[in-house]
Write a protein that binds this ligand. Structure first.
Ligand code: PRP
Length: 207
């Protein structure tokens, strides 16, 4: 059995559609229920839905052989996995944003609110900018409004959340998209089917 961790939610639906179109389907997954594990014994594959930010943990520890995770998670946690393919879906960017009209005063420490502390730290270290990271778990956009931080480092997709909270993007840190990842040991033993899946999926990748 090849175990495949898919990110639960809208992105996961798109990811599964790519697996299906590539011939790695599991019809029972389309049934309306709350099951999290779906198996296709003929193909020897088993899918399970996990929280998007947890996919890399399952794959790194070998609980899943392969999975699909956002580049944001791979950059933030640097899991020890093989990154096999850019699926070119779930596209967004990691960006710095602030209240409209914000001007950085480099004489002071910059207060940065984010869920992505490692990405933010690396980004500002390369700029030699002195920062204070304020680690939050969500609704990051609130931080500059309540003067908890000067800027935020967060995911921007349409830009709507920033706009509706009177914030604006200042700088893009890195473009993000969903990636096929594989457990390193699994790849040694199951490379044939993993490569087949990778090839099948790569034919489904659209610009
Ligand atoms: C993400 C991100 C922004 C929003 C950006 O939040 O943190 O809040 O999406 O999307 P937009 O540019 O299209 O408005 P998510 O929904 O993942 O939830 P979160 O608050 O837990 O981060």
């Amino acid at each position: 059995m090849l175990d495949i961790a898919l990110p639960k939610g809208r992105l996961g639906e798109k990811v599964y559609a790519m697996f299906e179109a590539a011939g790695f389907e599991c019809p029972s997954i389309r049934e309306e229920n709350r099951k999290l594990i779906f198996e296709n014994p003929e193909l020897g594959i088993r899918f399970f839905w996990v929280k998007p930010s947890d996919v890399a943990i399952y794959v790194e520890r070998g609980a899943a052989d392969i999975g699909v995770a956002g580049k944001d998670i791979l950059l933030e946690y640097e899991p020890d996995v093989f990154e096999m393919l850019d699926l070119n879906i779930g596209k967004c960017r990691m960006a710095v944003a602030a209240k409209k009209g914000f001007k950085d005063n480099t004489d002071t420490t910059l207060r940065v609110a984010t869920k992505f502390s490692n990405i933010a730290e690396r980004f500002y270290r390369e700029k030699c900018r002195d920062i204070d990271i304020i680690h939050l778990n969500g609704s990051i956009e609130i931080a500059p409004i309540l003067n908890l931080s000067d800027v935020i480092v967060d995911i921007v997709e349409t830009g709507k959340t920033l706009y509706e909270n009177n914030l604006e993007p200042i700088e893009t840190i890195v473009p993000i998209s969903a990636r096929l990842i594989a457990n390193k040991a699994s790849y040694q033993f199951k490379w044939e089917i993993i490569d087949k899946i990778k090839e099948g999926l790569s034919k489904q990748v659209r610009d």
